[in-house]
Design a protein around this ligand. Structure first.
Ligand code: HEM
Length: 498
């Protein structure tokens, strides 16, 4: 018979392991708890569960609330792409309907139903998501890259003269917030307080409610301002969309976009930085070409998806998944962190996943992340620009000393200490470079080539040497002269926004 969730049936004391049994730390029904002692290393726990149960395992959330966790790649994909069988509407979740989920359950901020696109389905989902997608489609990707470069310059300026930094608290935690505030339409609200409030809210600390209220207040004010007078930003596009969102809907979607983007992108950026600093495969190749930062980001999306297992789906009918009987009203955790390392798709975890984007980091189906290009751009351009400023940056501790804050929803690097030779500040409006105050004099007669108009409406001019100072061509024995920019490099400069 196909097994069903042991925790959804009446509690049977005979199934509780006796004292001394290795499973003694388990909860009722001998089920594994995803919290408390024994759940310090969730990655290992998921692998134990895979061995014991296969692709779909019964587990217990806080207060021993029953849940399935989906560990298989194919099973996760099937669940998110089958809206007839599974939805994101927690109002049908049996334990919630029976009052078994306490309001302070750490997953409640993600589970509590809200009238936002992330929780709705069918026509209402299309209405709300349609407005979000339309507003996103107006984001100018060249301008986005320019913001990322400028904020990177600004953040690096704060620590470049010191020769050391923590790239989590001083860079990865800030860059996505700065860029998202700019995109949404509140650049003046990007500050320490906003970053702190976002982190605090997601940590679920005692001050989380006040932090949530602070962020909501700023977003409500933005909605009110743009209702009065529109500008060229995401908030204005959302307001003017034909779907006719109410002020409450606009504010809640600004919140959804800010939070979905901030938490995930900050994690992705920190993970990608850690990877380029510690993984020989990338470090050796990074010095050679641009594409490898993209590869580092993509590999990191496979190995450390920024959302580990936060999104819950609910069964709309009795069904079957991974050989388990799923009852109508059962809850299932979408778990990219486990699906991405399913041995059926990745028998060798050390293999490079170059060119393969079939990971689950951005979900799939009707709720697939609409902001993935923006998240990737922040991570790729941010890492690239930081390496331009600090080409000699190195990890300032042993890799084994790096610590993470782990929860069911994400695994967040706590600190990434680095050192480098102190560098001078740079103009935030200029392209990030290797940092000399006076740019090296070109030895080729490049002025005409650099002056060639790039298709940039707002170009940042390159420093031009006075014509009379251009030296004659170097003799053959001299070090290789700086070559004129090829078409590809000029395209890259145009694409990156500087
Ligand atoms: C790199 C980082 C990111 C990751 C890993 C990520 C991941 C995800 C995932 C897994 C989902 C699907 C949840 C589900 O199945 O219900 C999702 C949804 C969503 N994401 Fe992202 N995201 C990232 C960045 C962003 C950015 C930058 C934005 C906005 C600019 C964004 C906006 C959204 C929105 C609005 C949804 C809800 C879509 C819906 O339910 O229809 N995300 N994201």
């Amino acid at each position: 018979m196909t097994p069903e969730h042991p925790g959804t049936t009446t509690h049977d004391p005979a199934r509780v392991p006796p004292p001394g049994c290795p499973a003694h730390d388990r909860g009722p029904g001998g089920l594994v708890r995803l919290y408390g002692p024994g759940a310090e290393n969730l990655g290992d726990l998921y692998e134990d569960l895979r061995e014991e149960h296969g692709a779909v395992a019964p587990v217990l959330l806080h207060d021993d609330v029953p849940m399935w966790i989906v560990l298989g790649h194919a099973e996760n994909l099937h669940m998110v792409t089958s809206p007839a069988e599974y939805c994101r509407d927690s109002r049908i979740w049996t334990p919630l309907k029976e009052g078994r989920v306490s309001p302070d359950n750490p997953l409640m901020p993600h589970i509590t139903w809200e009238p936002i696109c992330s929780h709705t389905e069918g026509e209402e989902h299309q209405r709300l998501r349609g407005a979000v997608m339309a507003a996103m489609s107006t984001i100018n990707h060249r301008a986005l890259r320019r913001y990322i470069n400028r904020y990177t310059q600004r953040l690096v300026n704060r620590f470049c003269e010191k020769g050391h930094a923590d790239l989590v608290s001083q860079f990865a935690d800030h860059l996505p917030m700065a860029v998202m505030c700019e995109i949404l339409g509140l650049p003046e609200e990007y500050n320490e307080r906003m970053v702190h409030a976002a982190r605090d809210m997601l940590k679920g600390t005692e001050t989380a409610i006040a932090s949530h209220a602070y962020v909501m207040e700023k977003l409500s004010e933005l909605t009110a301002r743009r209702r009065q007078e529109q500008e060229e930003d995401f908030a204005s596009e959302l307001i003017s969309h034909p779907a006719g969102l109410t002020d409450d809907e606009v504010t809640k979607h600004l919140w959804l976009v800010l939070m979905a983007a901030y938490e995930a992108t900050a994690n992705l950026l920190a993970n990608a930085l850690r990877m380029v600093l510690t993984d020989d495969r990338f470090y050796a190749r990074l010095n050679g070409g641009q594409m490898t930062v993209m590869e580092a980001v993509e590999q990191s999306l496979w190995d450390e998806p920024p959302f580990s297992a936060v999104f819950a789906y609910y069964a709309k009918q009795d069904t079957e998944l991974g050989g388990k009987r799923i009852r109508k009203g059962d809850g299932l955790l979408f778990a990219p962190v486990a699906g991405n390392i399913d041995p059926r798709v990745r028998p060798d975890l050390s293999a490079n996943m170059k060119g393969n984007r079939s990971h689950l980091a951005f979900g799939g189906g009707p709720h697939e992340c609409p902001g993935q290009d923006i998240g990737r751009a922040i991570a790729e351009v941010g890492v690239d620009a930081l390496l331009m400023r600090l080409p000699d940056v190195q990890l300032d501790c042993d890799e084994e000393e790096l610590r993470y804050r782990e929860s069911i929803s994400s695994r967040h690097l706590i600190e990434l200490p680095v050192r480098f030779d102190p560098k001078p500040q740079q103009d935030v409006m200029a392209a990030p470079s290797h940092g000399s105050v006076a740019p090296p004099q070109p030895q080729w007669k490049v002025a005409d080539i650099l002056a060639e108009p790039l298709p940039d409406p707002d170009p940042v001019p390159e420093p031009q040497p006075p014509r009379q100072e251009i030296p004659p061509p170097a003799p053959p024995a001299e070090p290789e002269p700086q070559r004129p920019l090829g078409a590809w490099q000029r395209f890259l400069r145009w694409w990156r926004g500087y």
